[in-house]
Ligand binder design. Structure first.
Ligand code: ATP
Length: 344
């Protein structure tokens, strides 16, 4: 009975010139952002970049210093949280420990004055969506971390929000469970006609789950795009370094080859070692070799002092890995070079 989620051209959330200051700190600095209806949108950035503040502004927990926020075409800039068609899943889940799962999930309906029978039906349906209906009489402390997470999601979904805001919801889980929940959450989102706005500082998580990612730094949106666009075409040094591993070269590293004065980036998987005749190459010395099975990570200190990481794919490179201290050539193809704008 699940609907298949469709990302549409209609705009779920529209923010224009939004500023939020806390005293001297500008947490959000003139943000323009359109989030499409039905998409899984992630806000990615380092600690303090303003992601949570943007989420709180959308939810109505904070009011902007200036600017406007629309939800589904309606100006909600100064509306209270309960007047907005959004709900939030917080990192600590905020479940009531003394209540059963059913009562936890039904709580939002009770405060909205929904009658007992309908409350129970809707709470059971929401628990069913996250595959926890059979456990509805348990208390939160009788669940695993991942199950508690799902209860928090069911509780947010039960009031049928158009937008679900999720603030680092997987942050408390260990790596394995976190990776499993990433897939589950993405599948759940796909099956519901709901826009997800997801805050994370984990670039791999954002790449795995999102239809589009907004990368934040210092209160500003620095790049917006699909995971592929963000990874393959970072628009500056910040995004190149923050999303995935990048080797940022400055033109003076290779100025006999490139006449450009700005920087370029090459991903570890686009560098090769040991091809001394390659037209695009620099020389250095191996400083670390980490065999990973499917690939080998090789760290090279270039002759000008910069460090680069090369990911050597075991399937294509059947020769023995180099050893620490070996002089080595690092080479690449022009097609893989990503030019970065200045110091951005
Ligand atoms: P994290 O990943 O650590 O949660 P974030 O990207 O979500 O970081 P925000 O929590 O939005 O960042 O914070 C952005 C900036 O605004 C930070 O400098 C923070 O200290 C500041 N800030 C946020 N909330 C408040 C507040 N209530 N009072 C004062 N300063 C605040």
């Amino acid at each position: 009975f699940y609907r298949v989620n469709q990302i549409t051209d209609s705009t779920a959330i529209k923010m224009r010139n939004v500023v939020k200051s806390f005293g001297d700190v500008t947490a959000v600095n003139g943000l323009d952002l359109d989030i499409r209806s039905g998409e899984f949108f992630s806000m990615l950035g380092p600690s303090g970049s303003g992601k949570t503040t943007v989420l709180r502004l959308i939810g109505g927990f904070d009011l902007p210093t200036s600017g406007t926020i629309e939800l589904a075409g309606v100006d909600v800039t100064y509306k209270a949280p309960f007047e907005r068609d959004v709900n939030t899943v917080f990192q600590d889940y905020a479940l009531f420990p003394h209540m059963s799962l059913l009562d936890n999930v039904a709580y939002g309906l009770r405060v909205r004055g929904v009658g007992k029978k309908e409350r129970r039906e809707r709470a059971e349906e929401a628990l069913n969506r996250v595959e926890l209906r059979a456990m509805h009489s348990r208390k939160p402390d009788q669940l695993s971390g991942g199950q508690r997470q799902r209860v928090a999601i069911a509780r947010a979904l039960v009031v049928n929000p158009k937008v679900l805001l999720l603030d680092e919801p997987l942050g408390a889980l260990d790596l394995k469970l976190r990776q499993q929940m990433q897939i589950e959450l993405k599948e759940l989102q796909r099956s519901l006609a709901i826009t997800f706005v997801f805050v994370t500082h984990d670039q791999e998580e954002a790449l795995t789950m999102s239809d589009r990612i907004g990368v934040f730094n210092d209160g500003a949106l620095v790049q917006l795009g699909t995971p592929r666009e963000i990874y393959q075409n970072p628009n500056g040094v910040f995004v190149a370094n923050f999303v995935g591993t990048s080797n940022v070269f400055h033109a003076d590293v290779a100025n006999e080859i490139y006449s450009r004065t700005d920087s370029f980036s090459l991903r570890p998987e686009h560098l090769r070692v040991g091809d001394a005749a390659a037209p695009r190459s620099v020389r250095g010395t191996v400083t670390a070799v980490v065999y990973l099975g499917a690939a080998t990570h090789i760290r090279v200190r270039l002759d000008d002092g910069a460090d680069v990481v090369v990911l050597s794919d075991s399937a294509r490179n059947r020769t023995a890995d180099p050893s620490i201290g070996d002089p080595i050539t690092v080479s690449w193809d022009d097609a893989d070079v990503v030019w970065l704008s200045g110091a951005a």
